[in-house]
Design a protein around this ligand. Structure first.
Ligand SMILES: Nc1ncnc2c1ncn2[C@@H]1O[C@H](COP(=O)(O)OP(=O)(O)OP(=O)(O)O)[C@@H](O)[C@H]1O
Ligand SMILES: [Mg+2]
Length: 624
């Protein structure tokens, strides 16, 4: 109901006023109608009595032949309280005497006229004309003759005066009663509505700002059941806050675990849709974190594994049992790099008998696999290096003997011309073998203590190693360096860096090309004034695109699936940094149509303080 008020206070007030108004009205109506009937009856009786008494007085006056007394009696009756007018008429209805002065034409209707003669003297007829007019009439007989009628008209206002008094009294009493009860109700309603308003404010504050400290505890202003209710509410809020704090702690623990765990975590609802993932998982799928929510596995992970993962999730939902350590692998990216995941799925139960979500734990084991693989390869290479060194060492002793023998043979007088030529040729070849064994040994036993090293010697020793391979592939070599150029460095490590660059350059030119190796005095392009040596290795190989170029210094990044470990440039970069050196790469593929190739520029500062004093051998050294 729209008109009905919405607050307790006004509802109580409206209800009370309505109820009281109705009951007072009912009471007044009953009382007043009863009183009105009584007043009416009394007025009829009085009027009848007055008409009869006036008729009797008129009869007596006529009997005593004193008609003047009739007028006197009429005048007296007119003065009686409650009488408006009195008059006496002849039997035809003509006014003979009237208390109001001038005679008034009286007209009785036919029914009245017919009734009047039937009446016996002393039995007045009363006519009620409605409103305030009521009249009574009695016949005047003398000795059986009708001499006229005595008429008395009442002033009903006088009769109703008392009734009005009662009504007015009832009205005043009603208004005072209603006002007093309204006041009482307002006070009572206030006692109820104030604590309710406090509770209402508290509930709203709890909903709008649950963590706000300012609204609680609510003030207890009354000491009754409502006060108890407010206190109970305060206790409930305090306990909710305590629980919420506990819950928040647990949630922040879980959130930080989810965000910082170095494993991919994802949660699915029963229809197999993502409900939550962490950054690591998003990194694995390559999609923004929020884009996962509401999607299914096939929409997010590579097709090759989506089916297996989905089956895992469904199995967990169906059986409620965890599925552990499933190894998945595939290839990704433009470079088709291999990856492996170790996946486990487990049920998440809000109730012991209900599996609502499935959690997926994904461990990216790609790096681990590759390091294991690289380690195996490095181990193999190191073993090969050790084997080569020991063979070189073993060869060295008999070689020394052969060298000595050839020396003796060369100086033996009994040899003729061609034999002497053969002997010196043999001596030259053996010398080459000795050089190769020396280099192999030097590579393995390379002293890593920094020292001043000849650049030409260092570069030559590497180039000699790859000479045959370059020749076979049809690679032209252009060397450009000053034999007197030297630099303070850890020669073995710089050799390793250059050897890596050379190997890469050779790998990039399987169909031949041009390789340029240059070294010269230079200044750092990062720290002006810093002197040192700049080594340039440039090839006309296939080159690299921007994607590859940005990743070449990452460990295990390789585009040579079968043969590369992806460690060459990573190790080289570490060595360059250790020497406080710089590296700069330019490369382009054949796509631009300008001819492909790669240029590596290295800068090694010639500063004894900058160079690291002691450098430990690196495992990858054997790979060179
Ligand atoms: N001169 C070059 N021309 C073209 N690509 C190159 C060149 N040098 C390096 N790269 C690219 O950089 C990648 C990384 O080189 P890096 O030497 O670190 O590893 P790798 O040669 O693949 O393997 P390894 O560990 O056996 O050296 C190579 O796989 C290759 O794609
Ligand atoms: Mg390499």
């Amino acid at each position: 109901m729209r008109l009905w008020p919405r607050t307790i206070r006004w509802q109580m007030l409206a209800g009370l006023v309505l109820l009281e108004a109705l009951s007072i009205l009912l009471f007044a109506v009953l009382l007043i109608s009863r009183q009105a009937n009584e007043v009416h009856d009394r007025a009829r009786l009085r009027l009848a009595h007055q008409a009869t008494s006036m008729a009797l007085q008129a009869r007596e006056a006529l009997r005593q032949q004193r008609p003047g007394w009739v007028g006197l009696s009429v005048a007296m009756m007119g003065e009686t309280p409650g009488v408006r007018a009195a008059k006496v008429t002849d039997p035809a209805g003509n006014v003979l005497f009237s208390s109001v002065g001038e005679p008034v034409e009286m007209r009785l209707d036919a029914a009245e006229m017919a009734e009047i003669p039937l009446k016996h003297p002393g039995q007045a007829a009363v006519f009620d004309f409605g409103g305030t007019r009521m009249e009574s009439v009695d016949a005047i007989y003398t000795g059986g003759d009708l001499r006229g009628y005595a008429w008395v008209e009442t002033d009903r206002a006088w009769d109703y005066e008392q009734l009005n008094l009662i009504r007015r009294g009832t009205e005043i009493f009603g208004v005072i009663w209603v006002l007093a009860s309204a006041l009482l109700v307002l006070l009572m309603a206030r006692a109820i509505s104030r604590p309710l308003a406090v509770l209402h404010r508290g509930t709203r504050a709890l909903m709008v700002a649950p963590d706000s400290e300012s609204s609680f505890p609510l003030p207890v202003t009354v000491h009754n059941e409502f006060g108890d209710l407010i206190e109970a509410f305060n206790r409930m809020v305090a306990s909710i806050k305590e629980q919420r704090a506990g819950l928040n702690n647990t949630l922040s623990l879980l959130d930080s675990m989810l965000a910082n765990a170095p494993i991919g975590l994802a949660f699915f609802d029963r229809s197999g849709r993502f409900v939550r993932v962490n950054e690591v998982f998003a990194g694995m799928t390559g999609m923004p974190l929020n884009s996962h929510l509401g999607r299914t596995l096939p929409e997010v992970v590579p097709e090759a594994v989506a089916g297996q993962l989905e089956e895992m999730v469904q199995r967990v939902i169906a059986t409620g049992e965890a599925v552990r350590d499933l190894e998945l692998s595939g290839k990704r990216g433009r470079l088709n790099l291999p990856w492996t995941w170790l996946v486990s799925a487990y049920p998440v139960r809000p109730q012991p008998d209900e599996v609502r979500w499935t959690g997926l734990v994904v461990l990216d084991t790609t790096e681990r696999k590759r390091s294991e693989e690289a380690l195996r390869r490095t181990e193999k290479l190191a073993a090969t290096g050790r084997l080569a060194a020991s063979i070189a060492h073993e060869i060295n002793n008999p070689l020394e003997a052969v060298t000595n023998l050839l020396y003796l043979l060369n100086h033996y007088c009994g040899l003729d011309g061609p034999a002497l030529e053969y002997a010196s040729m043999a001596e030259l070849e053996v010398k080459r073998i000795a050089e190769i064994t020396q280099q192999t040994l030097r590579f393995y036993r390379q002293s890593t203590l920094p020292a001043r090293a000849s650049m030409a010697e260092l570069l030559d020793s590497i180039l000699n190693l790859y000479q045959v391979r370059m020749h076979t592939l049809g690679i032209q070599l252009a060397k450009e360096y000053d034999p007197a150029l030297d630099v303070f460095c850890s020669a073995g490590e710089v050799r390793q860096v250059v050897a890596n660059l050379l190997m890469n350059a050779i790998d990039a030119m399987p169909g031949g090309g041009r390789l340029q190796v240059r070294a010269r005095r230079s200044r750092s392009w990062a720290t002006p004034g810093q002197r040192g040596v700049r080594i340039t290795v440039a090839d006309t190989g296939q080159g690299m695109d921007a994607d590859v170029r940005t990743r070449i210094f990452e460990a295990f990044f390789t585009t040579k699936e079968e043969t590369g470990t992806g460690l060459g440039l990573w190790v080289s970069h570490e060595i360059i940094l250790k020497h406080h050196g710089l590296v700069h790469v330019r490369s382009r593929t054949a796509e631009g149509g300008k001819g492909s190739g790669t240029v590596f520029q290295l800068f090694f500062p010639d500063n004894q303080e900058l160079a690291s004093p002691a450098v430990q051998p690196v495992a990858a050294q054997a790979a060179v």
